[in-house]
Each structure stands twice: as structure tokens, then as C-alpha cells.
Design a binder for this molecule. Sequence first.
Ligand code: BGC
Length: 880
Amino acid sequence: MRATYLRCEYLVDPLGIDEARPRLSWLLESTEPGRRDEVQTAYHVIVGSEPHTNDVWDSGRVASDRTNQIEYEGPPLRSGQTCWWAVQVWDGEDRPSTWSPPASWEMGLLDPADWVGTWIAPPAPLRQAVATDIVLPGWSAPPAVHLRRRFTLPAGARRARVYATARGVYELHVNDQRVSDDVFAPGWTDYRKRIPYLTYDVTDMLAAGDNTITVHLADGWWCGKLAWLDRQQYGTHTSALLQLHVELDDGTTVTVATDDQWEATVGPILWSDFLVGEAYDARRRIDAATAWLAVEPVDPPDGAALVGIRSPTVRRTEELAARTVAEPTPGAFVFDLGQNMVGRVRLKAQGEAGAVVRIRHAEMCNPDGTIYTQNLRGATSTDFYVLAGDPDGEVYEPAFTFHGFRYVELTGYPGRPDLDAVTGIVLGSDLEMTGTFECSDELVNQLQRNIVWGQRGNFLEAPTDCPQRDERLGWLGDAQVFVATASWNMDVAPFFTKWMQDVVDGQHESGLFPDVAPLIPGDVATGAPAWADAGVIVPWNIARWFGDRRIVERHYDALARFVDGVHEANPDHLWRNTAHDYGDWLAIDAPTPKDVVATAYHAESTRLMACIATALGRDADAERWHRRWDAIKGAFNHAYVTPSGRIVGHTQTSYVLALAFDLVLEEHRDAAVRYLVEDITSRADHLSTGFLGVGHLLPVLADHGHLDVAYRLLLQDTFPSWGYSIKHGATTIWERWDGWTDTTGFQTWHMNSFNHYSLGSVGAWLYRDVAGIGLDPASPGYRHALIRPRPGGGLTHASGSYRSMHGTYASAWRVEGDTFHLDVTIPPGASASVHVPTSDPGALTEGGRPVTSVDTDGPAAVVTVGSGSYQFAAPARSFG
Ligand code: BGC
């Protein structure tokens, strides 16, 4: 056994860490194929200034099975310090492993005084719109600019780092080479409170002699259009702050920072805006004749801290070839990429200088094959490319915009475009994919793909609601309903760690969390029930999933202020005093009274506070939260539940939330479940839940004896259902059940996104119950898992895997003849309770041999196993 995949703060060899005590993690890998029950009994971490040294910190041998979230405990680290580290582990027989290959992390700039440069902006003349023939009615914005500094370096640069940030979004170039593949750096935070910076290793890009460092700078979130609001929400114009530190072989250092020596010019990008699009005139090359103006120094941000980035940046994650091209109207060529995606296109064209190609984007087409753009609302989503006239052809990909689309329309294209004139470039926060799911039903497989694509597109710096229309906001409600599904699909721990800071930064003085984070100064809606509650639900989920105690510890006071704030405004425990309230958003013909939903969420957040306090060892607090929860539960039952167990609203969502949040009294449980199932049956096996009910619906049914009903909803393909959208070509999750129907066509264009992940919160159930890879609530970080597939719905096989903080679990079941087979893999250092559904638990075999110590859990055989691969088989029972 040995340690692999060493990470610091969830990242591999990160630069620019500004945590005082970074957390280290590794995975255990078996070196003896076929060996089982491998455990780690001790570890030894060394941290040094060079690989394989321990001059910074030596943990010594620590008797522990912990493999992750291990805090660095050495002396305080200084700005820019490189830490090399490695780990050795001991197994159950006390055999030491070899040392892991060295990994590293590097500290960022920890002290504001480390920043020696001044913020610089393009001078006023470059902040005016550029004259162009391209007309976009109602739109005028300044161009993207280039800021540069030329400097000379002596020979012998042995280490060079750039620390860079911007108010705006930037691309960094050293000697005309892109420094990294980050897109939209430095990302999006609540800029009023925090501005992120990135750290780059540019050692190999510098030369002895002349060098140039260039920043391409555009509006981005800082001063481009945001949501339905105007431009300039955070600030009026762009600016940048950067410094380059070069260490020379002779021990001296050279620093080049933003200052009045920098110069600015306008390049080919006439404008670039997330919502409007980008216009690029390729004739406007920057060359020796280009005039450069002196930059303007600007004030540093008032009250905002510079923080190292903590989550993977947005990157290009895939390219999609166009599947078809059609010409529904003369000269308008419509490409189908076959997938609703987020990003932009790479265009290939060849023609006369000055020819203007217009690129429009859409998620859907009209019946006549033209693109349907109404639902983009105010997002023009149009890019323009003006050809330079290169006889060898030219290639263009926008730099500072993105769109949500499946179809691309080109007009003004010189000649007839080939299929490869357009390639889809997929963008998103580049999070590691950690989950896989597959089963015998192709509809369900497509559902899983749609969920993942929704996440890929909408997890772009913040968990946004939609990527296409003039919105794209980090709505808290959407995030909390989806966080569990998201956590299976991808390594979202760093992403939500970053976002949670945005949530807390947006907290209102009343304690309420905002409805969206990062907060936008011009739009401060705050405190909607179930939206604000994400402030508790999301970090608790991350804490359990990733064994991350810090996220709840750090924000504990903020969380408590929120829950107490709701309580103070609603001392009778019913959450009725709300600023505004979305309720069970987009339920279908089944509105649940808003105060029922709100009170259920208030109870749940309070219950989770008790869990968090317990996990942090704050026992007195836990007791206090628990008492409060009890009181809210009592008030809920008193106000909303009749003696026969009927819950006010009498909707699927009212029963589902009450059951999921443990608000139903024992004596009413059967009735609540019966009402829920009756409602589904009365709708001919259809759901009616909106955003808030939907994620809990199938788990609640499965947990209360109605697995068959859960499967019927999962496999339903008539309206309303997931299957209905899939049958009609959906490749992402739609915002609304009725986004398009064959009787009414498109829903109102005012709010009809075809790429919204919220209703995809069913994904968690696919992992938990269909593949059967469940989190054991008693074992944060997946140290011990519950492998408990619940077959049904006529599926003949299903499988899934999940790369947890403890390594990869896999579960694959199939029914063959009369036998149920379950293949399971448990990673070294971990264990699982495996539930094999069977008509005869006593007949369970593993690897063909009878299993002796078997417990039963209803009609399932239960065995506890350590690491390794197992092949279980047992007589199949009828799975419905
Ligand atoms: C968004 C939702 C969001 C909601 C709040 C919508 O416009 O698209 O996803 O949660 O507003 O009700």
C-alpha cells in the first residue's frame, strides 16, 4: 500500500495558497492486487524547502487512520514559500510504505504590504467605444484593452512568479505566449469584499534581455452587464494589479509591478461582454505601428481584501464538432452541436478583409429551423468577427464572453460554410469528475448525462441558475437543492468552499443570507426561505461529504446569526415574516403554501445547526439548537397538520418536505406517506413538485416503502416528468417541467431556460439507491459507505462509482436468471456495509463461496467489508 494523489486544499500542487494551516490529503493505493482489508494505521508527513526534505515540518509518525484534511502544523509559513511534501503510511501489519512522490504547495501573498504595485487602468481615451461599422442597437461599450510593460532581465532567472488580479477579466501573456489556460481570470466573487488573485509560474517563459508582459483586459463581471441589470454594477471601468518576482541565480531579485511605466492600447476586441457577446475586428492587429498610451493609476479597492483563488478556474473542458448544418433562410446557416452546452464557438472562415460574420447562439430552434432566441431575454449572445482577409483562412474564438447554446447561426459568412466552420468550445469551472452512473435504461442514462451537462455549464465560478439568458446568477435555492447531486458528480469541495465565502460576504445585518451569491450591489434580494437556507445546507453537505470540518467551523457564527435572525423575526416558530418568498418554485399545478415550506426549512436549518454544533463539539449549542428544533416541529404540527395527519397544502411537496425533514409525528407517518402516494397515483404516476420538493421526492418514497412509485416517476415519460423532456430531445435539464410541450409549444419566453440544474437534483437518488453508493451519515468523508442498491423499475443492471476523499467506491449489480449479482469495490483504508437485496439472505455467496456472518435488513443480506473487490450473489427476489 502507498499514498498517491497528494493534494493540498483539494488541489494538486497549488500555487498561491493563503490558508495559514493548509490541509493535506492523499489516497491509499494497494500494491498487492487482490488484497483485502487494507487499512492505514499510521502516517508520517514531511514538509521541506526541497523535495524529500523535512526542514519545514515533520509530523513524525502519527498513529492514525486519517488520510485527509490533515492540517499543516509547522511554523508559520511566509509569503511565496514553496513547501514540498511527501507522506509515508503504515498498513495493518505495521509495514511502512515507500515515501510518496513529492508534491508541493506554494503560499500566496499573505500580507497586503506584499503588493508593491499600483492598480492601473486604461486611460480615458481608451475607455470610449471604438468606431466600427458593426451596429448593435442600444449597445455601446468600451473595447478590451492591452496593458503591457517591457523590461530587461539579466541572465540566470531561476524562479519567477506572477501574482495577478483585475477588476474585470484578464488573460496574461509573457513574451506573446499565454501564461495559462485559465479563462475569465481572476473569477467572480463578491468584489465589494474580496478580489481574487492568481499565481503563475513563468520561470520558463522569461528570457535574458528584453521581455514583455501583457495583460488583455475586458469587462467581465466587474463592469460588464450582469443579469437583467445595466453595465457597471461593481465598478465603472477595468483595472489591473500585477507583480512579477524574479529570483536570479546570484540570489538577487527583480520585481516588475504595475505602475506608471505600463502602457495601454486597444486591440482587435471592439467590445466583449458576457451577455451581449464579443466583436472582434481582425484587421486591427497590434504591430510596431500601434500607438501605446500611458496607463492611469487608480485607487485600490475600498475595503476589499485580495485573496488567493481556492477553486479550479474556468477552462476549456471539451470541444464539440457540429453534427449538421442547415440553411433555413437564405444566407443564415444553422449548426447543430447536438448538445446544449456552455462556452462559445471556434469559427473558421476565409474571405475578403472587412467581411463581417455574425454568430448567434440559441438553445432551441423554431419549427421552421430558424434559431429560437426569445428566451435569452436581454442577452444578445451575438459575436461578430471581421475578417482580416488572410488568404490561408482565419480562426477566431472569443476571449471574454460565453453563451449557453446548442445551435449556432452564422450570417455574413463568406461562401458556404463546411461543417467544421463551427466547433463548440465547452467552458466551465474545471472540477474533477468524481462520479459515474449507468444502468439498463437508456432514458435514465440520458437523464444522468443531462444532469452532468447542466452542472458542467452552470458551475462557472458560481453555481449559476442558467447560462443563456440575462441572469446567470448564483441563486442559493438552486445550489442547496442540487448540492448532493453535484457532490457525487464532481469534486465540488473547493468550488463550494469558495462560494460559501461569497454567501457569507453577502449576509445581511439581520442575519439573512442573500438570495444570490456573489451578491450584486444593484440587486440585494435577501433572505428568501429555502434560498437563504443554503447558507446552512450547503456547508453542512460539504462537511459531511468531504470530511471538511473547516467550512462549518469557519462560518459557524454566520450560520448561527442566520438561523437566529429568522427566529427573532418569527418568535412563534412559523416562518411567515419574510421579505419575499419564492415557495416551491415552479411546481406544476400544486402550490404549497409558502409558510409551510418556509417553516419546514427553518426547522431543517435549525436541526442542521444542532448537527453542526455536535460535530464541532459545541455541546451546549447543540442542545440549544435541538430544543429550538423541537419547538419548531411542535409549532409546525400544531399549525399545519390535522388530527388525521393531513398537512396544509396537501401537495406532494408538503408531505415530502415534512417527511424528509423529520417533521411528521410517528402517529401521522403512515397517513402522510399514504397522502403522498395517493396524490401521485391520482395524477397517473406523475409528480407535481417544484425545485424544493423534487430532490426529496424519490428518496422519501424509497425510504417509506414505495420504491415502486419512485421508479415509476423516474421512468415516466409523459408530461410532466424528466422523461418527457428527454423524449423531446433534451440534452440538459430544463428549468420548467413545461418548458416545451407538444400541446402548448414553448412556455413564456420570460423565464424558460433549457439548461437549469435544479430539477436534476434527482441525480443524488440515482447514485444512492439505483447504483447504491450511499454516504454513511455517521462517517463523514466516506470513510465508511453504505452500498445499498435498491433495484426496481424493471432495470436489469446498474452501476456507479464515486471517487471519495478515501478513494473510489464502485457498485455494479445485475440480475441474471434467478440470481442477483453485486460487484463491489471498496478503496484501501475504507469499509462499507453492503446490502444485497435477496429473497434468501442465508444463501448469499461471495466469490462463489457462502458468506457466513450475514445480518438481515428486511429482504436484504447485510455484510460489512473492508477494502478490496467482492462479487456477491444471492437468489433474486421480485424487484417490481
Ligand atoms: C432563477 C431561479 C431562481 C429563482 C428565484 C429564477 O429566475 O432562474 O433558478 O432560484 O429565480 O425564484
